[in-house]
Design a protein around this ligand. Structure first.
Ligand code: SAM
Length: 230
């Protein structure tokens, strides 16, 4: 059985897609997506040998060697332009996801949908989408095994489209902010409390320009999130 996190990612794959799952690890996502009728073919990309081996084993065990091509490489280097029309990147930090997209820009031709699940730093992914004219079309937030995850879905279009209050919504997500469900409120209440504790510590011993700047940055984020929650 697939995790709720990866199941949520898969639920946004358009039926009949040619998928690339980057950083696929055990290749559970493309195997599940095929077996449940979402995709016709997939590339499972992995940069590391251990995960590459488990991806190959899983694909063989599932009998999908003709459907899922497991390839070793960094980010989008494993695909050709126009080879796939949907890309999933899950279970990494937002900085790494944005870096993979930026480094592989020339491979995004023909790609209609990106489904991205940053473990942290979703705002960095949202910023990359805005800067590169990918329109955020949906977001989900979910909790599993005590962790809260965000899933961002984008299609080529107007990068700034769903945003009303850019600075705050970059941080918390324009769709998630409007939906404002209990998991969203829990996540951001926890974050704000965490930031407030750090600010209190910095107030005691903030002497360097860096720590003063850090304190100001956190105070700004607290203000933005509190406005978004209120
Ligand atoms: N996508 C799976 C999931 O969400 O369950 C696996 C997540 S795992 C925590 C992250 C995987 O990304 C690791 O297997 C790692 O080797 C791979 N990875 C990290 N950087 C990568 C890159 N630049 N290109 C391809 N894979 C990468």
């Amino acid at each position: 059985k697939l995790s709720k996190r990866l199941e949520t990612v898969v639920s946004f794959i358009p039926k009949g897609s040619k998928l690339a799952d980057i950083g696929s690890d055990h290749a559970y996502l493309p195997c599940y997506a095929y077996l449940n009728g979402y995709i016709t073919t997939a590339v499972a990309g992995e940069v590391a040998d251990g995960p590459l081996r488990s991806a190959k084993q899983q694909v063989t065990k599932t009998g999908l060697n003709d459907i899922i091509s497991v390839r070793k490489g960094d980010g989008l280097a494993v695909i050709e332009p126009n080879e796939v029309d949907c890309i999933t990147i899950a279970g990494m930090g937002g900085t790494l996801i944005a870096h993979i997209l930026e480094a592989g820009k020339n491979k995004l031709e023909g790609v209609k949908r990106l489904i991205l699940q940053p473990n942290v730093g979703a705002h960095i992914v949202r910023q990359w989408l805005i800067s590169n004219d990918w329109e955020l079309i949906a977001e989900r937030i979910l909790e599993e095994d005590g962790q809260i995850y965000e899933v961002l879905v984008a299609e080529k279009g107007d990068g700034t489209k769903p945003y009303d209050h850019l600075e705050a919504e970059l941080l918390v997500g324009p769709f998630l902010c409007k939906e404002r469900n209990n998991i969203f409120l829990k996540k951001w209440r926890n974050e704000v409390n965490h930031w407030k504790r750090i600010v209190a510590q910095l107030k005691e011993k903030a002497t360097t320009p860096e720590s003063v700047a850090k304190k100001q940055e956190l105070e700004r984020k607290i203000q933005l999130v509190e406005e978004a929650l209120s």
